[in-house]
Design a protein around this ligand. Structure first.
Ligand code: CDV
Length: 307
């Protein structure tokens, strides 16, 4: 029996500070409805989906900062999104800023099944940027506003498959996909907020879209898995972010791709047996991987010569 699923990526346009919570939730509900109308079993939202990407600026006031976080789960900020997903019988992945009961702060991603039950939570491991403000056209203060995730790269069974979650910068690191593939993940869902311009490295501005797809396509192919990558796109609080949300097959091919910088739903019918075939014939980890010969160093120097 073939194993097929319809999955959707709900790319979002900018979420500006002045936009009301209700308005953002309304946009997300509309994306859930579009996903359901295409027969999707899963819809994936971006990193920090329902709030502006606040690491792009300095926030000194603690209460102002905490307003962007949800206590443990994102359901409270956007209850209508979860209610509509339950009504339509569709699972969702949603990125959010998590505040725990102990006031620990994480950049998190969570998978809820069609009944609204939390299936899997992930806390971002690879936090880019800095802990202190820089001289730059925009900030990248993830290390100031979040702790490094403490859950590893967990994988959960869902709907006859195994799913893993990642967030934005994670997609650039080979270990992200491999850690989940070794646990049997067949789909990795991730959201991103990626500026077109990288401060202090203008030479890569023209490569931003290329690197986005290169990383996800390589991750998918080298680990024989489906990757659903979803952007928060467009100009948000003065920072221009890429779109290019994509659903990538275990072959490395992009099977669906967003074309706008706004709210846009893309979807694809994905064949999970493709994972099985690639892992059996090409990337058969048990038979061909040789980790005992890799000599991997857990924490090497950054490789920057001036360090
Ligand atoms: N939100 C992110 O993790 N963004 C990073 C940018 C800043 C490099 C990314 O990898 O896309």
């Amino acid at each position: 029996m073939s194993r097929e699923l319809v999955v959707a990526a709900a790319q979002m346009g900018p979420v500006e500070r002045k936009e009301s919570v209700e308005s953002v939730a309304g946009r997300m509900v509309s994306l859930v409805e579009r996903a359901a109308s295409r027969g999707s079993q899963l819809v994936v939202f971006p990193e920090l989906a329902a709030v502006p990407f606040f690491p792009h600026w300095v926030i000194d006031d603690r209460q102002e900062l905490l307003a962007y976080y949800d206590l443990d789960e994102p359901v409270g900020r956007a209850p209508d999104v979860f209610r509509r997903a339950r009504e339509l019988g569709i699972a969702i992945v949603i990125g959010y800023a998590e505040r725990t009961e102990q006031n620990r702060l994480f950049n998190s991603n969570a998978l809820y099944d069609k009944s609204g039950e939390l299936i899997l939570k992930y806390r971002k491991v690879h936090l880019p940027g800095f802990g202190t403000p820089q001289e730059a056209e925009h900030q990248l203060l993830e290390k100031r506003y979040f702790e490094v995730g403490d859950l590893g790269f967990p994988v959960a069974e869902w709907s006859g498959t195994k799913v893993g979650l990642a967030i934005c910068n994670d997609r650039r690191w080979a270990e992200t996909y491999r850690a989940m593939a070794l646990q049997g993940a067949e789909i990795v869902c991730l959201g991103y907020n990626t500026p077109v311009h990288t401060p202090h490295l203008p030479e890569i501005d023209t490569l931003t879209n290329f690197h986005n797809h290169l990383a996800m396509q390589a991750g998918a192919y080298q680990n024989s898995m489906w990757v659903v990558g979803v952007a928060k796109a467009g100009v948000e609080e003065g920072v221009e972010q890429i779109g290019g949300s994509a659903i990538v097959a275990p072959s490395g091919e992009v099977v669906a791709q967003a074309t706008s910088q706004a709210d846009e739903l893309i979807s694809a019918e994905i064949d999970l047996d493709m994972v099985t075939r690639y892992r059996r014939d090409i990337f058969n980890f048990a038979h061909h991987r040789r980790p005992e010969h890799y000599g991997i160093i857990a924490q090497p120097s950054s490789g920057v010569v001036s360090e």
